[in-house]
Ligand binder design. Sequence first.
Ligand code: SF4
Length: 370
Amino acid sequence: MSWQDELRNGIRTAEQLAPLLHWTPEETARRAEIVERFPMLITPYYLSLVDTEDPDDPIGKMCIPSLAEFKEGGSFDTSGEADNTKLEGLQHKYAQTVLLLSTNQCAMYCRHCFRKRLVGLSEEELNKRVDEVVAYVREHREITNVLISGGDAFLNPNHILERYLRELTAIDHLDFIRFGSRTPVTLPERIYGDREFLDLFAKYAQQKSLWVVTQFNHPRELTEQTRQAVRALIERGVLVRNQTVLLRGVNDNGETLGTLLSGLTRMGVVPYYIFQCRPVTGVRERFQVPLGEGIRIVDNAKSRQNGFGKAVRYAMSHPRGKIEIVCQGAGGETLFKFHQSKDPADSARAFTVKLKPTDAWLDDGLQSGL
Ligand code: SF4
């Protein structure tokens, strides 16, 4: 099946899932209400990884809508994206990096997505003017890299990807270009099955360093097809890095997370960040792990790694910057350090906060250290 057919045949309605998951008509109707609010799309490939007989299946948890998504609380913009938007769809939070919302489409709508406000829904925040983006990057010589995100950057058609590649690789002050895509995990055919796409990346990787940042969250996502996708990128000179989200019921134990990290390094994908799940509306209640517990899980997972696996950082994307969650003392005293900061005064600053066992984010109630 081509990747376009995979997408066309994707599961989009609660009614399609109901017979597989043995939902009653009432359960199906409730799920349909959720899908109305937060769209669902599961590729046949990704669905084949789900154990449909296990209601707590970690792979299923990432793609199957749950009634917990109705829970209020949290926010739809947990890292201040609106404040960092300089042009439609272009965010400039850190001096060296711009981030582009290039599409609202994904191959799968992850139930834990932190851009739930827009994926599969609104096109309002997207960039529709490549020329404006290119002009902005040209004018701002402090920018050394562009992250093309979304949605999923690889859901853009090849001619749009080529436009970005052609224009951005020609800008001298850029060191590299990154693409944020979960297709290696959810639709690997998009990569290994599209010769034109691979030729494009092979061509432009000769001119500028190109990176794909993806998101594997569970060892069962590391399949022969994903290996094929990653290999196809690496063979074309494209570097692949992984950002995992720490998720309750998916990878919230040292053994599972450790197996994932070592599987990634074995595949040639260096794990880069383990992100604290953000307090997003419809996500927080179902997926967040408290910070103290998160530290213990990550330490346990890292203790099972070689040097590459150990280099991963446990971090949160906070409105103030990317904050590393370093370690915790017996009384809950927790050390944090700015890894990236919006305000240069915060650069590399370390601070401590005394956390309660249930604290899962540095929000207004926990500002003492910030
Ligand atoms: S692929 Fe990324 S942007 Fe798309 S739904 Fe999943 S987490 Fe969100």
